[in-house]
Design a binder for this molecule. Sequence first.
Ligand SMILES: *[C@@H]1O[C@H](CO)[C@@H](O)[C@H](O)[C@H]1NC(C)=O
Ligand SMILES: *[C@@H]1O[C@H](CO)[C@@H](O)[C@H](O)[C@H]1NC(C)=O
Ligand SMILES: *[C@@H]1O[C@H](CO)[C@@H](O)[C@H](O)[C@H]1NC(C)=O
Ligand SMILES: *[C@@H]1O[C@H](CO)[C@@H](O)[C@H](O)[C@H]1NC(C)=O
Ligand SMILES: *[C@@H]1O[C@H](CO)[C@@H](O)[C@H](O)[C@H]1NC(C)=O
Ligand SMILES: *[C@@H]1O[C@H](CO)[C@@H](O)[C@H](O)[C@H]1NC(C)=O
Length: 440
Amino acid sequence: MKPSLHLLQALLLPLSFLFLSVAQGLIPKSCNTQDQGSTLQVYHVYSQCSPFKPSTPLSWEESVLQMQSKDQARLQYLSSLVAGRSVVPIASGRQIIQSPTYIVRVKIGTPAQTLLMAMDTSNDAGWVPCNGCVGCASSTVFDSNKSTTFKNLGCGLAQCQQVPNPTCLGSTCSFNLTYGGSSIAANLSQDTVTLAADPIPDFTFGCIQKASGSSVPPQGLLGLGRGPLSLLSQTQSLYQSIFSYCLPSFKSLNFSGSLRLGPISQPKNIKYTQLLRNPRRSSLYYVNLIGIKVGRGLVNIPPEALAYNPTTGGGTIIDSGTVFTRLVQAAYIAVRDEFRRRMGNATVSSLGGFDTCYTVPVTIPTITFLFSGMNVTLPPDNFLIHSTAGSITCLAMAEAPDNVNSVLNVIANLQQQNHRILFDVPNSRLGVSRELCTLF
Ligand SMILES: *[C@@H]1O[C@H](CO)[C@@H](O)[C@H](O)[C@H]1NC(C)=O
Ligand SMILES: *[C@@H]1O[C@H](CO)[C@@H](O)[C@H](O)[C@H]1NC(C)=O
Ligand SMILES: *[C@@H]1O[C@H](CO)[C@@H](O)[C@H](O)[C@H]1NC(C)=O
Ligand SMILES: *[C@@H]1O[C@H](CO)[C@@H](O)[C@H](O)[C@H]1NC(C)=O
Ligand SMILES: *[C@@H]1O[C@H](CO)[C@@H](O)[C@H](O)[C@H]1NC(C)=O
Ligand SMILES: *[C@@H]1O[C@H](CO)[C@@H](O)[C@H](O)[C@H]1NC(C)=O
């Protein structure tokens, strides 16, 4: 990294903060803006436009701690996705909704019914709560009786072999699965699903009839993983397994980001690294993380802490649903110690699962992730969280939970906010470029 670029970033950063705060005041409430083309608006679950935002605003500490404990459950879930195993993770502590962080507006049926579904890059499935559901959290469900294009699929169909635990209820194919600490039972169904302006006829999804636990996203899940029944597989001819998103910061809840489906209008000037597929966790998007820099200093991380391993499932994934990046112990401790050293050994405190917090200003300008063929330099907004009063600043990363299966580093959504992340599956590459997520 050339010094002039650092200087440029140092100069531009205060400007972008200024822009953010000015823009927040100007952007009108636009929660009902129709999605255009193949681009969907993406909202944070705590956004003004989200029906799932807390009824009383959470304090900063509360929301950080809540997001951390959701992450803990998600990490256990992601680790459990090892071929041949089915570990049901135990949700910790209080009953909280552990759904993924971002939602998109999806229309289902004829005439269309709108649901705000959680977007999850680490899951293949599409499912929505349906009429007749027992235990679904939301009163907003898809009423299949009101759709003229809805049908339940029979047990003899090929799709019935692609769902977990299929059973026959009468002649309807039904299945069940666990998600986070929850389980659902659903009919395998088909209907027209409309994403932005694109109708997708005969889309196959789970129509939830029974749900238990608190991890089920209230209005359904839109999995962007890569398995046979995933959205990508079902829209191969339309979107060619290419999509990108820009995730808005949870600090600017009036902003929406975007999910852009298909090859059209994807960025041309974008840096790429190789996208890997790991047979042990075949839904997940693996990348080859080879190093981390704190400021200009390359951290001395044992290579085995980052190594991609198709036999164990080890390596690094990029995930839209985890909030704070998790590194396996040896990597995290090395990064954290370098961070502390560069802070001149200033007094460190902790907050929840964060162990590197300061009451003095943090002077480290950047953290860089080194991937094969691509370095991504993050500005402070992508690696620090500040209390609203500005009195505490924490390094927003943590150690991955101890895991009997295999090591997994997760590049999480706080680290991706205000970047465009392009998943180009046919060319096995992942693109990253900085972008201030706004309404289109
Ligand atoms: C969001 O917009 C509303 C009205 O448009 C405004 O009252 C509120 O202060 C804004 N919130 C933030 C966090 O900018
Ligand atoms: C609507 O669907 C449910 C199945 O969930 C069924 O039990 C019910 O009878 C249907 N209602 C009407 C009016 O068709
Ligand atoms: C899920 O399906 C399996 C196989 O059909 C069945 O044995 C099990 O009882 C089901 N679990 C739930 C919670 O419905
Ligand atoms: C799901 O399948 C069962 C068994 O065929 C049926 O009774 C129920 O009405 C179906 N639910 C919906 C929403 O279609
Ligand atoms: C920080 O602490 C380490 C280990 O105690 C020491 O070697 C180093 O000189 C200290 N750095 C500063 C800037 O005080
Ligand atoms: C990434 O940074 C490292 C260390 O600064 C450097 O050696 C490498 O050439 C850079 N890679 C790219 C693709 O820029």
